[in-house]
Structure formats: C-alpha cells, structure tokens
Design a protein around this ligand. Structure first.
Ligand code: ADP
Ligand code: MG
Length: 568
C-alpha cells in the first residue's frame, strides 16, 4: 500500500462542517438519506458507463445498496457496488465543495445561527451530513474497472483535515463507515435503521438490503439470520401509479433528484402515450438555487431511457426559462446510447420538451388560480423566487406567450407597494370606462418608478399604472406589445394620448394653452436644438415643471441606460 497522506480540507469545507453539525442536529436522521442517495447515484453512473463497456460489471451485475451496523464497534456502514472513486476523485469530491453557487452561499452567511441554518438547508450538505452523527468517517472505495490493488481509503474526523491511502479492495464500489459519536447508540438498531430508510429512501429504485433478523422462540430473543432482506420498495418511483405514491414519497424523491433539503412547491406526474412515449415527474422548487443567474448553470432534469439513467442536467428537455424545474423524464423511444449531440437534434426530444413545457405551465396556472389561501401563497412564493426567470419566456417561447403573460405579476399604482401581485387580468378588470390601453412605467428601481413625474396625470385621473422595475422587464416588453387586444403603453413614451379618458372641455383648454405657449416652445427648440429632438407643451404633469420623454418608436431612457451598462 502507498504511504498515507494527510491533506487539508478546502477552507469552505471546514466552515460548512462546523455550521452543519450544529444547525442540522435536530434533523440528524437525514444523514442516511444523503449517503443512500449518493450510493444510488453511484449505481446510476455505473449503469450508464456500462452501456458502452459491459466489462465494468465484472461478475457482479446486481446493483444494490447495503446498510449494516456493528454494535460493538459502534459503526454503521453504507455499501454500494456502484461506480466507486479513483484517488483523484476522492480528493476532489470529498475534500472540496465543487458545487456551483458555493461562493454565493458563503457570502450570504451571517453568523446568526437560525438564519444560517435555513441557508444551509437550501444549500444542501450531502456527504458531510455523516458528521452530524459520526466522529470519524472512513470511506473505502474502488472505481469500476480499476485493479483490486487500486482501492482508496479516506478517513477524517471532520475537522481540519483528512488522510488518504491506497488499499486493496476486492469489491467494486464504495463503503462509507460511520463511527458514531457518543450518545448516538439508538441508531445501532435494525428496527431504527429500517424505519429511517422506509421514511426517507423508499423511492430509491435499487434494493436497499439489510441483514434479516428474526425472533427466536427458543432463545427468547431476536437473532441475526444468514440472509438479507430488501427494506424499500425498490422500484422506480416515477414508474409507479400516482395512486400508489404518497405526497411524502414524492417529496423525498424530490430531495433525492434535486439535492435540495426543502420540500417542493408543486409537482406533476404523468405517463404520456402516443407519438412519443415517456413518463415525466417534474417539480417546482420552493426556493431559487444559489446559481439561478449563473450562465453555466446546470439544468435540473435527469434523463432516463427505459429506467436506465442516462444523464443529469438534460437541458434540451426544458426551455431555458424553465431551468428551475427539477425532476425525471424517462423515455421509451430514445436509444440508450443517446448523447447530448443527438438530443439536440432529436424529434422525440422536441416532442418531450413541448409536452413538458405545457405540463409545467399547467402546474403554474393551477397554483396561480388557486382559490384557497395556501395555493395563493404558493404562487406568491413561486413568483418571488422565479418570476424574473419566467419573464424570459415571453421572448423565448412564442408558442406559449399568451399563457405565460397571464402568469406574470407586477407591482402597481393600485396599491403602491413593491410587491408584485397584479396580473394583467386584474389590471384589465380595474380599467376605467373609456380606457383602452394597459399603462406601465419602467424604471430601474421601485422608488424611481413610483415617483416618476410621468405618473402624475394618471394618479390624478385614477388610472392604474404597472410599475416595471426588474432588469428583464423592458427586454420582455419588446416582445409583449399587447394583452388580449389591449395595447401595452409606456407612460413615458411619445405624445401621450389618453384617448377617451380626456373629456371635451379639457381638450379645448389644452389647445388654447398650446397656442398661448407656441412662441416659448419655438425659442426652447432653438436653444435645445443640439440636445432635444422636439419640445412640446404637455398636460401629463401636475406637479413637476418638465420631463424627458422618448419618441414612440425609440428606446426608452431606461433601456438606453441598461444597454450602455451592458456595454452595447
Ligand atoms: P452531491 O451528491 O450533491 O454531488 P455529496 O456531498 O452528496 O454531493 O457528494 C459529493 C460527491 O462525492 C458526489 O457528487 C460523488 O461524486 C461523490 N460520492 C459521494 N458518495 C459516493 C459514492 N457512494 N460512490 C461514488 N461517489 C460518491
Ligand atoms: Mg449527495
């Protein structure tokens, strides 16, 4: 065996370990879910690599996860015969946090325990959760296809460092051995472990086996039998009938596929038959990931073909503006050796993407139209977390533009708060007699929008104006010019035509005023010739003396600022 080496954890790992042990203690059972989830992922990866290299299986084709414990040694062991890890993989996967959004996560930590505990729950801790109950963790692993003599042992007390050495490991895959802390003895029980597995890991599609125990009448005690039993249902959850799956099971499955610690907001589960046959189980998370705005962000859909895992993050299966959706799509039509390149061109994939998009929009509509408060709150949460991303759909998805438009929510002068709760439909219902346009003001902050001088006349007349202050708004509005036949009009653009909202007396008064100031306007035009395209008398202001407006067909001042900021 090669010499034992001691290496330091990446600084973030140290920080995370400390934080996690304290903040997740009240929920410590989840360590088993995390380790079983990793074992299941490892089996998926092996199956996938073996599609083109059957030799990786050796003589061990039956993938499974084994959970065992040793009362005397005070250990719990989670073993799998999945893909295993090489020395380099152990160092990079168990010594660092490679997860995207890590930097963002750490920058949000405040030192306040409760606040940080909630954050850590969103970030997810995976493998390191073992240290909640273990004072030492040993990982013995060998990568599929590697020599027996190329096994690796990793060992750590979850403090500053870990050691790593080469070992002989006869079987492929990974054993994670937890040496329990004092006080965690209750976990050393077959009954306890089985109940945790059934609660959190029932949805795992591989068998999770444990040594069988039976009551012995003669000895008057339970004895460990020489055989194992499968503790979970061991069938792919998405392949079961909806009526056979409980909400708790759906939620746990979500945590497994998404690596999220929180419950999802909503899910949709369907078997689609016809032109293309596939099953979809899709979830809307309850919070945005730390890397929602990262351009290289990975998507959240796992692709399976006839139950065989093919790839994580199959971004072709979901449009970009729905990149927050997590879940599984299992196709009956795609070939097992499908690659990302093939996915890009596949007709089947296009059909699946269109079908899945419709399902997700349907799920959002259901939340948005909910009658009861719980559903309304859910949609409000969704909008707060993902509304800005959904807006991208207006430009990206011409087919579903109308459906997406109905899902949009805005701040409005109707209540003058920055809460985005007003839909176009709400707005239309509140339109004034004679009003034929939907008015909005776009600005780069809520306060700027709310206090815009352009609003004065609208406030005076009691006409509602939508306050658009998100970065994507103006870009989005360039694709959305009307809603159900009502033109969207910026209050800051062009000759403001209040149409029928203006009465005859006002019109006459305006005309007279215009004549009266004609000379002044001409002088100002001359003086501002270089700077202003036109100077007009306006009636849109009630308190401010003057304001700048953009021409009807020109970029607005705000958009010009944005484009400049983006270097265009
Ligand atoms: P995540 O599962 O979200 O990637 P984890 O902290 O749970 O994060 O695991 C980190 C990484 O360690 C995994 O992505 C995987 O590469 C590796 N790993 C953990 N457990 C196993 C295992 N049983 N077999 C193979 N690789 C594993
Ligand atoms: Mg994990």
């Amino acid at each position: 065996a090669a010499e034992k080496e001691t290496l330091g954890f990446q600084a973030e790992v140290k920080q995370l370990l400390q934080l996690m042990i304290h903040s997740l203690y009240s929920n410590k059972e989840i360590f088993l879910r995390e380790l079983i989830s990793n074992a299941s992922d490892a089996a998926d990866k092996l199956r996938f690599e073996a599609i083109n290299n059957d030799a990786l299986y050796g003589n061990d084709h039956e993938l499974k996860i084994r959970v065992s414990f040793d009362k005397d040694a005070r250990t719990i062991t989670i073993s799998d015969n999945g893909i295993g890890m090489s020395r380099d993989e152990v160092i990079s996967h168990l010594g660092t946090i490679a997860k995207s959004g890590t930097k963002e996560f750490f920058s949000k930590l405040s030192g306040d325990q409760q606040h940080d505990a909630a954050l850590i729950g969103q970030f997810g801790v995976g493998f390191y959760s073992g240290f909640i109950v273990a004072e030492k963790i040993i990982v013995n692993t060998r990568r599929a296809g590697a020599f027996v003599s190329d096994g690796v042992r990793w060992e750590s007390a979850g403090e500053g460092d870990y050691s790593i050495e080469t070992i002989e490991k006869p079987s492929r895959g990974t054993d994670v051995i937890l040496h329990l802390r004092a006080g965690e003895e209750e976990l050393l029980s077959s009954w306890k472990l089985k109940s945790i597995i059934r609660k959190y890991s029932d949805h795992i599609s591989l068998p999770i086996v444990m040594q069988k125990e039976e009551w012995d009448e003669e000895k008057k005690q339970t004895v460990v039998k020489d055989e194992v039993e499968t503790v979970n249902q061991a069938s792919a959850l998405w392949a079961r009938n909806r009526s056979e799956v409980t909400k708790e099971q759906y939620d746990e499955f979500y945590k497994h596929v998404s690596h999220d610690f929180q419950e999802p907001l909503a899910y949709t589960h369907n078997r689609v038959e016809g032109r293309s046959e596939y099953t979809q189980l899709l979830y809307v998370p309850s919070h945005a990931p730390f890397d929602l705005w990262d351009r290289n962000k990975r998507g959240g859909i796992k692709l399976y073909v006839k139950r065989v895992f093919i790839m994580d993050d199959a971004e072709q299966l979901m449009p970009t503006y729905l990149r927050f959706v997590k879940g599984v799509i299992d196709s009956n039509d795609l070939p097992l050796n499908v690659s990302r390149e093939i996915l890009q061109e596949s007709r089947d994939v296009r059909v699946i993407r269109e079908g899945s998009t419709k399902r997700v929009l349907g799920m959002l509509e259901e939340m948005a139209n909910a009658e009861e408060q719980e559903g309304k709150d859910k949609y409000a949460t969704f909008w707060k977390e993902f509304g800005q991303v959904l807006k991208e759909g207006i430009g990206e998805d011409a087919t579903n533009k109308d459906r997406i438009a109905k899902l949009l929510r805005f701040a409005s002068t109707a209540n003058d708060t920055d809460e985005q709760t007003t839909s176009f439909e709400d707005y239309v219902k509140r339109m004034k007699e004679g009003q034929d346009k939907i008015y909005y003001v776009a600005a780069d902050s809520f306060n700027a929008a709310k206090n815009s001088p352009h609003l004065e006349i609208f406030r005076k007349k009691g006409v509602e104006v939508l306050l658009m202050t998100d970065r994507v708004d103006e870009w989005m509005l360039s694709f959305l010019t009307e809603f159900e036949g009502k033109e969207l009009a910026s209050v800051a653009k062009g000759g403001l035509d209040l149409g029928k909202l203006e009465d005859e007396a006002e019109k006459k008064e305006h005309e007279e005023t215009e004549t009266q100031y004609k000379e002044l306007v001409e002088q100002m035009k001359g003086a501002l010739a270089e700077k202003a395209k036109d100077v007009r008398v306006t009636f849109r202001l009630t308190d401010s003396p003057a304001c700048l407006v953009a021409d009807e067909h020109e970029l607005s001042a705000n958009l010009v600022r944005m484009l400049k900021a983006a270097g265009q």
